[in-house]
Design a protein around this ligand. Structure first.
Ligand SMILES: [Zn+2]
Length: 231
């Protein structure tokens, strides 16, 4: 009887040891898992504005922003990958990030973009968009950064400079601080919104639809990113 009791205790202790060992090794594996994904210093997130039911801005002749955004983003991804970056895109087809039965597709779409940034913790994000304005004379690229972010400002100024030079903009703009745009406010990584041009300006709208000009835009954005990360 006593013998059995002693044996039972030893068995219990062995079980406890085994359980502690399993818990510790699971924790170790989790730490290792976090560490292996922690090197995101070369991960860039390219957010592709709008998509699916949300066409974005409508320009000359019913031109939709969502398609131009994706065409430029795909080119940007290729250029960045060539430079050795890992690129995460928020969408790669004409689809929003919302569920079809969502009550507020726009809100869900934006929240999911923020969730992707939170999950992949990129070194920086660029959100690709096109602009529009009632005055069709207005044209040219415009970069936005979160007003209180010194890093965002630095990235924005570098991308704006490359766009102004690369696209030979006659009346160059300066990168603008903003505190109201959802992505700028919510992103946990440095983020710029890149408005590549105005779809309401006939000349720019036409250029933005050509492979050549889209490539120039993508190259300029990539150069700005490169300059920022080298500093
Ligand atoms: Zn947009």
């Amino acid at each position: 009887m006593n013998y059995m009791k002693g044996y039972g205790m030893e068995f219990l202790m062995a079980c406890l040891l085994l359980v502690s060992f399993l818990i510790l090794s699971k924790q170790a594996a989790q730490v290792a898992g976090t560490m292996s994904t922690a090197d995101n210093s070369r991960t860039v997130l390219v957010d592709v504005g709008h998509g699916g039911a949300d066409p974005g801005m409508i320009g000359v002749g019913g031109l939709e922003e969502k398609g131009i955004n994706l065409q430029i983003a795909v080119k940007l991804k290729a250029i960045l990958e060539e430079k050795g970056y890992t690129v995460v895109m928020t969408r790669e087809e004409d689809k929003g990030l919302y569920d079809e039965d969502s009550r507020n597709q726009k809100a869900q779409d934006m929240q999911r973009r923020i969730a992707i940034i939170k999950e992949c913790r990129p070194v920086l994000c660029v959100s690709i968009h096109q602009n529009s304005y009632q005055d069709s004379e207005v044209y040219g690229p415009q970069v936005f950064y979160y007003e209180d972010s010194a890093q965002g400002k630095e990235l924005g100024e570098l991308i704006q400079k490359e766009l102004n030079t690369g696209l030979e903009v006659a009346r160059p703009r300066v990168a603008k601080g903003n505190k109201t745009y959802y992505l700028l406010k919510r992103s946990e990584s440095v983020l710029n919104i890149v408005e590549c041009g105005f779809l309401t300006n006939p000349k720019e709208a036409e250029l933005l639809q050509t492979e050549e000009y889209q490539k120039k835009v993508a190259e300029a954005v990539a150069k700005g990113i490169d300059a920022y990360l080298k500093e």
